[in-house]
Design a protein around this ligand. Sequence first.
Ligand SMILES: Cc1ncc(C[n+]2csc(CCOP(=O)(O)OP(=O)(O)O)c2C)c(N)n1
Ligand code: SF4
Ligand SMILES: [Mg+2]
Length: 351
Amino acid sequence: MTYIAKPAFHHPGLPKNALGYTHRDYEGNISTLCAGCGHDSITAAIIEACFQLSIEPHRVAKISGIGCSSKTPDYFLGNSHGFNSVHGRMPSVLTGANLANRDLIYLGVSGDGDSASIGLGQFAHAIRRGVNMVYIVENNGVYGLTKGQFSATADRGSKSRRGLENRDASVDLVALALQLGASFVARSFSGDKAQLVPLIEAAIEHRGAAFIDVISPCVAFNNHPGSTKSFDYVREHNEAVNRLDVITARAPITVAYEPGTVEVVEQHDGSRLALRKLAADYDVHDRLAAMSFLQHHAARGQIVTGLLYVEPEPEDLHTHLNTVDVPLSRLTEKELCPGSAALEEINAGLR
Ligand SMILES: Cc1ncc(C[n+]2csc(CCOP(=O)(O)OP(=O)(O)O)c2C)c(N)n1
Ligand code: SF4
Ligand SMILES: [Mg+2]
């Protein structure tokens, strides 16, 4: 973590959002990552998405594990709640926080080592439980922080900086998220801000388990020929299936579309996702087709990006558990201790 705070002053002419905040109000401390690291671009995309959505910073909880990627919450939303947890344990900490206070927006930030190796079980259970969150993996195919060992998402046959070949099969977190029942699944690239920002906005608006795998090149250890997570490789093999515009319930529709050029997905909170299709045959509501589409393209070395699957009416963990609408953290003694008569009735029902 860095403690180099950014100076608070800014140009008086900076654009403001609906809350009167500038981008500066969504920034954090100065990044200590390597110059050019893909993770810094994801930080910038998160700042832009929160600015665009006019989110009140105190309504966000950012939770991460350990790694260069997991350090990044220090570099955005400096006025939000934050918890830098233990390696691979972000999902369970986030699940617990979400259960205690359902009113916050949960932003889980993790790495491919953090989520696909030590934290794979944690990743699986948070997704299958439908925790209402935005789960971002900053995927560079290596353990950046510990000097570039292959991670579990490194593709078979890809090469390390020193020429060593990875012989193991790779874990595809997008395929897993689809299989585990995530209600919003996307893949993007840190070098494509125009694609990434609306995906993050849509994931924040989504009321269920939203997963975004962002290929994020590590310029220090995995940006060479032979790597399949380098800037050049991803640019050459990127197959975007759609482009997204997010129209929130709060903002008026300002974009005019030709009929038939977009599919508008209505979400239950009133927001709309306008999808401009790039692959004509791609259906974002067909989980099985998405899985097979991904596998077919991966076999040809292509990286499919965009919004890959979405459920417009998702259910989350609180629905599954039938919890009360009020955050548990705000329940008073009166609600928590309904008295001995109520206890007697429960006991009688168990006899
Ligand atoms: C329990 C535990 N085991 C191992 C480590 C050492 N360690 C720190 S970060 C890391 C991997 C980080 O990789 P990733 O999540 O991909 O993040 P990146 O640095 O690539 O962004 C490891 C193995 C640790 N901190 N804690
Ligand atoms: S080691 Fe890699 S992942 Fe870590 S800050 Fe440097 S470029 Fe980024
Ligand atoms: Mg990594």
